[in-house]
Design a protein around this ligand. Sequence first.
Ligand code: GDP
Ligand code: GDP
Length: 438
Amino acid sequence: MALPIVAVVGRPNVGKSTFVNRIAEADEAIVHEMRGVTRDRSYHEADWNGVHFTLVDTGGIEMGTEDAFQGSIRAQAFAATREADVIVFLVDGKTGINADDEEVARILRKSDKPIMLAVNKMDTPNSVDEMWEFYQLGLGDPWPLSSMHGNGTGDLLDALVDELKQLPEQDEDEPEQTINVAIIGRPNAGKSSLANCLIENDRSIVSDVAGTTRDAVDTTIEHEGRFYTIVDTAGLRRKSQIDEDVEYYGFVRAMRAIDRADVALLVIDASIGLTDQDQRVAGFAAERGCAMVIVLNKWDLIDGPDAKAEIREKIADRMTFVGYAPVISIQAITGKRVNRIWDAVDTAYANFSQGISTSKLNTWLQGIRDFGHTISQGKKILKIKYVTQTAVKPPQFTFFANHPEIVDDNYERYLENRLRDSFDLTGTPIKLKFKRKD
Ligand code: GDP
Ligand code: GDP
C-alpha cells in the first residue's frame, strides 16, 4: 500500500525546510530524497514511532512577481488539499499571521483533510497567551514548536501519527466529495420508501460500497452533479419482512449511521405524530453534531389545514433542541415533494461545513457588546474580547473572555440565537467554546 502523504505548506521563510529536515533527522529516517514529479516539491520518506509516511515539502516553489507569489501559495495549498492525507500548515510565531497565512487557511478550511497548525520559531517555552492569535485561522488548536531547536516537534509528530492511524482505508472507486446522508426514524415511518425515491428516480447509482461496519451498505448516487452517499441502506431496495425491519432499523443501527453522516434525515410518520423515540434519535444526532432535516412523511394521510398546522406546531414545541432543522412534508410513497429534500440537504451541508470569517464574527460581537447584555457573578463581569471559528462540520466558535467559567447555559443559548439571527446556520448544530483571555 502507498504510504500516506503528509504535506507541509506555508509561506516562504516560515521554516518549512528546517521543519522537514528536523523531522527526518529526529529519527534519521530519510531513506531517500528524490525530486518529485513536479519540479517544485521534494518528497522524503519518514517515520515516527514506526509509522511510515511520505513528507512533501512544498518549500521550493519559485517566487516571481507579487501576483505569482500569491498564486503559488494558493496553488501549493490546493495541491496539498488534493494530494495529502494530512496537512501540516506552518506559520511563523515570531512575525505572526499575515494575509497570505489567512488565504492559505481559508483554502485549507474547505478541505476534508486533517490539518495541523504548527506555529514555528517558538524557540523558548511559551505561554498559551502567545498562541491565541493563531486561533483566528480557524484550524483548531495551534501546535507551538521550534524546528530549529526541536521543542514541540515530538508532540506534533505524536498527534500527526495518531491522525495517520485513523485514516480510512483507501477506496479508489469511491467518488471524492460526497455528502453522507443517514435516513433515520421509527420502523414503518417510510425510510425505505424515501431512500428508494432518492435512489431510484432516474438517478445514476454510482456504487454500493460496503461500509465500515460489517453489515452496513452505503449507496452513492449522483444528483445534479453532486454526490450523495446514503449510508447504511442494506436491503432498502429489496423489501424485507416487517420484523426484520424492526431489528434492522433498531436504535443501534440508527446510531451507527448517524456516526458516519453529515446530514441526518429524520423521517417522522405524520399519521402517528411525534414520538419519544423520534425525540431521542434527534437528540442523539444533535449531540453527535450532525446536520438535520426533519421529514414529515405520509402527508397524504393528514386531512385539512388544521390537522397539518397542529402537527407542525407540535414539532416546533417539542423539538426546540433541533430548532435549526428545516421541516419538510412529503409523500414518500408517490415521491410527491421529495425533490425538495435535495435543496434542504444541500443548504444544511453548506452551512454545516462553512467557515465564517473572523472579521465578520467580530463585527457581530461588537453588536452584542453594544447591546450590552452580559452576565456577572459576584464581582466578575463577563467581557468577551474576541471570537473566531475554530472548526467546521459542525461549525465551532471559540470565544475568548475574561471569565469564561461564569458562562452558563442561558447565556450560551443567547449567543447561539444571536449567531443564528446574523448568519445562515439553517440545518446545522453549532458548538460554542469559551477560553480565557485577559
Ligand atoms: P522555508 O522557506 O519555509 O522553507 O523556510 P526555511 O526552513 O528556509 O527557514 C527560513 C528561515 O527561518 C531560516 O533562516 C531558518 O534558519 C529560520 N528558522 C526556521 N525554523 C526556525 C525556528 O524554529 N526558530 C528560529 N528562530 N528560526 C527558524
Ligand atoms: P420504514 O420501515 O421506515 O423503512 O418504512 P417503509 O418505507 O417500509 O414504509 C412503511 C409503510 O408506510 C409501507 O407500507 C409504505 O407503503 C407506507 N408509506 C410510506 N410512505 C408513505 C406515504 O407517503 N404515504 C402513505 N400513505 N404511506 C406511506
